[in-house]
Write a protein that binds this ligand. Structure first.
Ligand code: PLP
Length: 343
């Protein structure tokens, strides 16, 4: 099967598995796992940040960041499409007791003006105190679109003027870096904390990193413990993350190429209504109103393609390192061959 439901479905390559098997490990709760330490130091250096913390998931790195930047009753500002708001089980309320002010951006990207208009001052006791802004790059629900650095710079400026922290949900940040030719150092300068997934397009089986100042990571380490995220010989997994950072970032452009060609093909097909602009490895498109979504997905399955709907008429494809060129040809053939049932 060609599985394009998500870029989380990848299996370790033989070379990655070899790196995992050869890892030097110790008890990371004692800070003694050499490979976890190496991964954290490598990532911190890459982003020009002081420290990093290895965690089991991107949800945990985001939730830890929100926890260390807020107090119960504070408010978090994010886009209405944000993963931290929509897909983390209500964790902002559950873990941090914070409320959320959602902004309606352009496919998940809001402006500095929108942030400024939605900040509650500290003087008036009626309002929850705005404390944190979170940006998501690339935007998962926005079809994998990327942010302009200039807008993030303006948001940083607003945060500085109002004393707000700025967190980046960079689950797929490496896709944005490759697509836009940006550097991790610049992101390290602009954000207080950054979370990055190793288990998405980078192809590691497990794991995410939270990056920040030494002081932030000391606090984050305590919250990770409370959430049950302290792991022992985690170096076997961290080795996969190290391997992924060294070997699987530049190749992301191959996934972007497949996504772009898929988007162009979908544009020409009569049963497709609209396709979100394709910038990275995600393609989000709407089927025509009369087209049965279940029938379309069943047709794909008969052509060995596994995909799913993220709305009534909306389907998402995600490309990753386990989709070969041969698979890709099969997908295009399947898309061309689909004939919706007559109404
Ligand atoms: C996948 C993802 C996460 C984290 O997900 P986990 O499954 O918990 O690792 C966070 N943000 C975005 C935008 C994501 O796509």
């Amino acid at each position: 099967m060609i599985d394009i439901r998500s870029d989380t479905v990848t299996r370790p390559t033989p070379a990655m598995l070899q790196a995992m098997m050869a890892a030097q490990v110790g008890d990371d709760v004692f800070g003694e796992d050499a490979t976890v330490n190496a991964l954290q130091e490598r990532a911190a250096r890459l982003f020009g940040m002081e420290a990093a913390l290895y965690c089991p998931s991107g949800t945990m790195t985001n939730q830890i960041a929100i926890k260390i930047h807020t107090q119960p009753g504070d408010e978090v500002i994010c886009d209405e499409l944000a993963h931290v708001y929509l897909y983390e089980g209500g964790g902002i309320a559950f873990n941090s007791g914070a409320s959320v002010r959602t902004l309606r951006g352009n496919n998940g990207r809001f402006t500095a003006d929108q942030v400024e208009e939605n900040i509650n001052g500290r003087e008036n006791a009626h309002f929850p105190c705005s404390q944190l802004v979170t940006v998501e790059n690339t935007v998962n629900k926005g079809g994998g679109c990327c942010w302009d650095l200039a807008e993030i710079e303006r948001i940083r400026d607003v945060c500085n003027r109002h004393g707000l922290a700025l967190h980046l949900d960079g689950a797929r940040l490496f896709n944005a870096l490759v697509a836009r030719g940006q550097t991790p150092q610049r992101y390290g300068e602009l954000f207080d904390t950054i979370s990055v997934c190793l288990s998405k397009g980078l192809g590691a089986p497990v794991g995410s990193l939270l990056l920040g100042s030494k002081a932030h990571i000391v606090k984050a380490h305590r919250v990770r413990k409370v959430l049950g995220g302290g792991m022992r010989q985690a170096g076997f997994l961290a080795a996969a993350g190290l391997y992924a950072i060294e070997h699987h970032t530049q190749r992301l452009s191959q996934d972007h190429d497949k996504a772009r060609v898929t988007g162009e093909t979908l544009q020409t097909l009569p049963y497709v209504a609209t396709v979100l602009p394709v910038e990275t490895n995600i393609v989000v498109f709407r089927l025509g109103e009369a087209v049965g979504t279940a029938a379309f997905l069943q047709h794909l399955r008969e052509h060995q393609v596994l995909a799913f709907a993220i709305g009534k008429q909306t389907v998402r494809f995600v490309f990753h390192l386990d989709v070969s060129d041969e698979h890709f040809g099969q997908l295009l053939t399947a898309l061309q061959a689909f004939r919706p049932a007559a109404p």
